[in-house]
Write a protein that binds this ligand. Structure first.
Ligand SMILES: [Zn+2]
Length: 112
């Protein structure tokens, strides 16, 4: 079943919706406040592994492929690992960006 999670931009509640066809997307509205400003969250079910496991799988010497960008949380993890390798302290702002990427907030930016 294609159930997608959407996060409300207004109250940040996450609601799951069954999306079978394009038209279904228009009906998506926050279950808590009714806002239609929703951005897609990639299902958490698929990502039950620890961050450490995921970090270990990344090869930062290779440019990430198309699949990689489909989950924006990968971008955050990748950036984090790369920064660690470079010994860079990117500060609290970077953490915020990574956190946004990890929670899927950046998906909207990429039009997904
Ligand atoms: Zn809401």
């Amino acid at each position: 079943m294609p159930i997608y999670e959407y996060e409300c931009q207004q109250c940040e509640a996450v609601s799951g919706f069954l999306v079978m066809k394009k038209e279904d997307q228009k009906k998506i509205a926050c279950l808590r406040c009714g806002s239609k400003k929703m951005s897609k969250v990639i299902s958490r079910v698929t990502y039950h592994r620890s961050e450490g496991d995921r970090l270990n799988e990344f090869d930062t010497q290779k440019p990430p492929g198309e699949e990689f960008y489909k989950d924006s949380r990968n971008i955050g993890l990748w950036a984090k690992k790369r920064a660690k390798e470079l010994g860079a302290d990117l500060g609290p702002q970077f953490d915020e960006i990574v956190e946004n990427a990890r929670t899927g907030k950046i998906l909207k930016k990429y039009g997904l």
